[in-house]
Design a protein around this ligand. Structure first.
Ligand code: 3PG
Length: 418
């Protein structure tokens, strides 16, 4: 992709899309990973002498999220305060303040009224100012299915600068006004350093990985991972399939799975993935033993099951020691490892061991020179929980975006930077 290095930014007004969609509680940032990740590009743009830097992002989806929160409050018989809810979750002002503190520089908030009509305000700021707009998703035009609607907001945002920088990798899979449409109305569109790094780590896994490539794909549902499994099969020597989705595969192979999570409507898909793997000579690594429980509960008693088959009345919530030994053997040969999705319910202490061990194995692979890439919200949460994030070659800031890139799709927010 083209990046900020490829354009002259001196004296330019820059409009930059970031993904500051961070978890918020009572108007406070709960995890600043994505904010910190955008700082190198922000500093670079200012160091190059840009006249102004306008930052824009979404922060949750006010309309959709509020509807859910309201329904939940009603169900629980609680009163719901709309303004307090919006202030606590979706306003960008506290994020601007947080960024300002991190940068040690003022970040001017352009006002919660609108993202429209801010040109004069931006131009009235001193040279070198950072200005942050309100959450773009307060405007229906941001996410509209209708391109002409999106263009209304995109044109307005484009009028705030001559250079569009997209550093919002986490939102690169969305064809929205501020992530993609805007590029039609500015003279130059380039990626930031975060976008560049994400693309440089994730894209080669699909196009030209250093082999052997081993993919660890976990998580609850097969249905959300079919496309990525099919895409990775083209290059992987082994696919490690763990987590809830492994049980659909085990059932497809004729094993008993007890009361484990199974998507019966995906059994045929699982069979066809198994057949496709056989055809290309890729090994599929499924659990051979389990840590089970009689219910899906943090306090459920763990029961070790030393066989592939899960007995009636039990559900698999983590992989067992023999499976981990197998993982170790397979991962030891890998020159590239991509990990998306936990192999057990790591949020429950009793069922976290498998995912913790996988995190350690991947970290060890990095130490011996393999390229290791972790993508997807849950596996990122896992490496953070086990304190191993800095032991990976790359931990993606994107959930859906990293998954879609691994599926081999073209992402609108990346394409505008080419
Ligand atoms: C994310 O958190 O995955 C990105 O910020 C995109 O958010 P979205 O799924 O609400 O578009």
């Amino acid at each position: 992709i083209k990046t900020v290095r490829d354009v002259n930014l001196k004296g330019k007004r820059v409009v930059m899309r970031v993904d500051f969609n961070v978890p918020m509680k009572d108007g406070k940032v709960q995890d600043d990973t994505r904010i910190v990740a955008a700082i190198p590009t922000i500093k670079y743009v200012l160091d190059q002498g840009a006249k102004s830097l306008v930052l824009m992002s979404h922060l949750g989806d006010p309309k959709k999220d509020m509807k859910k929160a309201k329904e939940k409050a009603e169900k629980d018989g609680k009163t719901f305060d709309e303004a307090a809810y919006i202030a606590g979750k979706h306003r960008m002002a506290p994020v601007a303040a947080y960024l300002s503190q991190k940068l040690g520089k003022p970040v001017v908030f352009a006002g919660e009224d609108s993202c429209f009509g801010k040109k004069a305000f931006i131009e009235s700021q001193p040279e070198g100012s950072i200005i942050m707009l309100e959450n773009t998703r307060f405007h229906k035009e941001e996410t509209s299915e209708d391109a002409a609607e999106r263009d209304k907001l995109a044109k307005e945002l484009a009028s705030y600068g001559e250079v569009f920088v997209n550093d919002a990798f986490g939102t690169a899979h969305r064809d929205h006004a501020s992530t993609a449409s805007i590029a039609k109305f500015v003279p130059v569109s380039v990626g930031g350093f975060l976008m560049e790094k994400e693309v440089n780590y994730l894209e080669p896994i699909v196009t030209s990985p250093v082999k052997p490539l081993v993919a660890i794909i976990g998580g609850a549902k097969v249905s959300s991972k079919i496309a990525v499994l099919e895409s990775l099969l083209k290059n992987a020597s082994a696919l490690v399939i763990g987590g809830g989705m492994a049980y659909t595969f085990l059932k497809a192979q004729g094993h008993t799975v007890g009361s484990s999570l199974v998507e019966d409507d995906q059994l045929d898909t699982a069979k066809s993935i198994l057949a496709a793997a056989q055809k290309v000579g890729a090994e599929i690594v499924l659990p051979v033993d389990h840590v089970c429980a009689d219910k899906f509960d943090a306090n459920a008693t763990p029961v070790a099951i030393d066989s592939i088959d899960v007995p009636d009345g039990l559900m698999g919530l983590d992989v067992g020691p023999k499976t981990l030994a197998k993982y170790r053997e397979v991962l030891a040969k890998a020159k590239t490892i991509v990990w998306n999705g936990p192999v057990g319910v790591f949020e429950f202490e009793n069922f976290a061991k498998g995912t913790g061990e996988v995190a350690k194995m991947v970290a060890e692979a990095t130490a011996r020179g393999a390229t290791t890439v972790v993508g997807g919200g849950d596996s990122v949460a896992a490496v953070n929980k086990f304190g191993l994030a800095d032991k990976m070659s790359h931990v993606s800031t994107g959930g859906g975006a990293s998954l879609e890139l691994l599926e081999g799709k073209k992402l609108p927010g990346i394409e505008v930077c080419r």
